[in-house]
Design a protein around this ligand. Sequence first.
Ligand SMILES: Cc1ncc(COP(=O)(O)O)c(C=O)c1O
Length: 393
Amino acid sequence: MTISKNKCSRYICDCVNDLPPSGIRKFFDLVSHMEGAISLGVGEPDYVTPWHIREAAIYSMEKGYTMYTSNSGTPELREELARYLTAHCHVDYDPGTEFLITTGVSEALDLVMRAILNPGDEVIMADPSYVSYPSCVCLAGGKAVKVPTRVEDNFELRAEDIVPYISNKTKAILLGYPANPTGAMMNREGLSRIADLALRHNLLVISDEIYARLVYGVEEVCFAALPGMRDTTVLLGGFSKAYAMTGWRLGYAAGNQEIISAMTKIHQYTMLCAPIMAQKAGIEALKFGEPDIQEMVSDYNRRRLMMVKGFNNIGLSCFDPKGAFYAFPSIKSTGMTSDDFSETLLREEKVVVVPGTAFGPSGEGYVRCCYATAMSEIEEALSRIKRFLDKRR
Ligand SMILES: Cc1ncc(COP(=O)(O)O)c(C=O)c1O
């Protein structure tokens, strides 16, 4: 016997009831049965994981690696990560005590919020930003405080703009650069100003650097490597984007031993460990995946240039994104809201874009378009969007 939906809704807790559904999911649902649709909506590489990385996982299963690992992750993966972060990010962590291997950055975000927040504690973040940020804070009993960012400032989170939002409840600043949805980067100077501010106010910084390897011609600065920031920064990183490993569910947190061990406490009761075959694959990726990253990045760069130029050519002014794989064109000239634009475009031209407002109110007037899509699809999507705009001019 099935129990009707409204009979069970009373069992759902207020916090979850009050969470808005993801504005991205809504578009996936709309498009799932639409033939001939082109999706610029999904924030996922269109590559499959490089073969040698898949092979490492297959080989590990053949050898019988099918069990739990240590809660923190295998020592080999942590050691490899420590070497990788020293080489690429110029920051040193102790593989024994300063890493936690997680099921993606998603889990790491959830754990860090639950490890640090008391009810009502506040976390400052940029608006617009990744859809999970405010939800993770809210589910941990905290309050997300969103600081508007603007195209005029290249969508950077400026230290001076954060100041008025700091209260006696502020616990942390959550940074996500290269940024989803804008593709924005922060330079060393801007990040250093945030570091000074965080030190002055005793705030923890959580730096989600999942897109750190996907940057185009600019310096990628690891926040934890800034002077004095190693111990009060929790660095979150992952394999999903750089190595096209979204389905493997592998990520990590690195930071001060006390915070990592608090996160590990929650992880050991709720997740136990990340899948061993994914961890084996992660070691292979870190050791031998550099050429794959280089190849994907130069390919994404070609698509990035094509998409940004394409939007500007058809009259949608597009911010020049220097990281991740998203373009964030302005649709203000159409007079439509982001939601209207996205829904009507999908209905009339079968092109999926995500309304900027899915990422926060400052996303109004923009749409997010992922360029980790074949060039031919990007070309076709742009010509459909042009037709859509021409009909309204
Ligand atoms: C900014 C950002 N952080 C974290 C994640 C989650 O990554 P993972 O696949 O490692 O859970 C995403 C996924 O799109 C993201 O865009």
